[in-house]
Design a protein around this ligand. Sequence first.
Ligand code: ITT
Length: 193
Amino acid sequence: MRKLIVSTSNMGKLREIQKYLASLPWQLQLKPKELEIEETGATFMENACLKASLVAKATGEWAIADDSGLMVDALDGAPGLYSARYGKTDKERIERLLRELGETENRKAQFICAVAIARSDGSIALQIEGICHGEITHQERGEGGFGYDPIFYVPTQQQTFAEMKPELKSKLSHRGKAFEKLIPQLRSLAAIG
Ligand code: ITT
């Protein structure tokens, strides 16, 4: 079975990625801890490609990476590419976002997820993006998920990501949309061997 290194340090992301790829004939392995990749790209996709490519080259195996972030309309797209660097912990990041948004009426936001898969030589084999539209709540709601999930509300479900059953978030989320497109392509790649 071909190995696929998951290039992430985010355990919430890892859990979700493992579920999406569970039925595929790839043996997943977490990237070595000491491999830290600086996210110097100008877009989510550039960062996903960087993370996949450098880990593939360093390990000599195929690698998958996900670069994601929350873009809030009233904050001109912030925190965006800096979503992970917006504070030191999930709690700090959420508090900062709610503070900066204050009582602003326009709460519209999008979660973006860019996924890239690199071959063992670092070249990119697949790249795909998913988007989920929603709104930022006034306070945290729900206990599930990770990251900004307690403040990302999906109007069609009347729930935040953190209030949803994991299966529902998996389907609707930015990551879910990206993997929905990625899985058939990844299946073909695995079949080619
Ligand atoms: P990597 O090692 O994979 O880079 P990271 O946490 O640094 O992990 P990103 O650079 O992609 O990941 O930053 C994304 C930020 O957005 C980070 O704070 C995540 O916790 C958050 N995030 C990403 N996907 C999310 C989701 O589905 N729900 C809530 N928050 C999410």
